[in-house]
Design a protein around this ligand. Structure first.
Ligand SMILES: [Zn+2]
Ligand SMILES: [Zn+2]
Length: 242
């Protein structure tokens, strides 16, 4: 069986060796247990606060707000991470309206941030896909390993986005199932490289058995639109159904 830390090694833009040799500090496992999950300020200890080519990141695209780079342990044919330049700890710290946080006007809408990260990720995948030379013949074979047949009416909203040449999946790991405490969107151009990798990015659909509106079930991964729906309805993202 695969332990959660090993399962999530590809949350890094850096190699597993690098991640394991990170200095202890604000982000050490012990500190995570002891400290409440509050957003931490940008820190020299945060490897995603200033990703650079000189620092070993394969950057695909960047602007004033976001940076996209290759995940060093790709789970799919193309696997990128999009990070905001501003340090935001993780998906659990997002709110429908962020209040008085950071240097904004106090009305930053985190759902809007997620939509912007997704749009940026789409663009970055377009760029990365163009760098691939032999993917145009595989369009029909690029559906997710997971079957669409499991979708019930109304759940297509959370299906993979079928583009050219393949389906795309965008989402976040949910604490404690993540390895770098700087919000990073996984951007995947399918197919996955293995069923085990697919499991790490599994989209869990909501059930409505209790008559409560949920946007996802128990999961360690939240698809980007699930995340937006949870936030705009005033919820918070967590491992439990929400
Ligand atoms: Zn991750
Ligand atoms: Zn950071």
């Amino acid at each position: 069986m695969v332990s959660p830390p090993d399962l999530l090694l590809s949350c890094l833009g850096l190699s597993p060796e690098h991640s394991r040799s990170r200095p202890h500090g604000l982000y050490s496992p012990l500190a995570k247990v002891a400290d409440p999950p509050i957003p931490l300020p940008a820190s020299a200890n945060c490897i995603f606060c200033n990703p650079t080519r000189a620092g070993g990141f394969r950057i695909v695209h960047e602007d004033n707000s976001f940076i996209a780079f290759y995940d060093r342990s790709p789970a799919a044919r193309v696997h990128l991470l999009v990070v905001p330049r501003v340090h935001i700890a993780n998906v659990k710290t997002l709110r429908s309206r962020r209040q008085g946080e950071g240097k904004g006007d106090g009305n930053d809408d985190d759902a809007k941030l997620i939509k912007q990260m997704h749009a940026f990720g789409q663009l970055a995948i377009d760029i990365a896909a163009r760098e691939l030379q032999h993917d145009t013949d595989k369009g029909a074979g690029c559906a997710s390993i997971e079957t669409r047949a499991k979708m019930r009416p109304g759940q297509e909203r959370y299906a993979d986005e079928v583009g050219i040449p393949g389906a795309r999946r965008f989402g976040f790991h949910i604490p404690p199932f993540r390895s770098v405490d700087h919000l990073h969107l996984h951007c995947l151009l399918l197919p996955f490289v293995s069923p085990l990798k697919a499991l790490k990015y599994h989209v869990t659909l909501p059930s409505h058995e209790l008559g409560i509106q949920h946007y996802k079930g128990y999961s360690w991964f939240v698809q980007w639109r699930q995340c937006v729906d949870i936030l705009v309805h005033g919820g918070k993202v967590g491992v439990r159904p929400c």
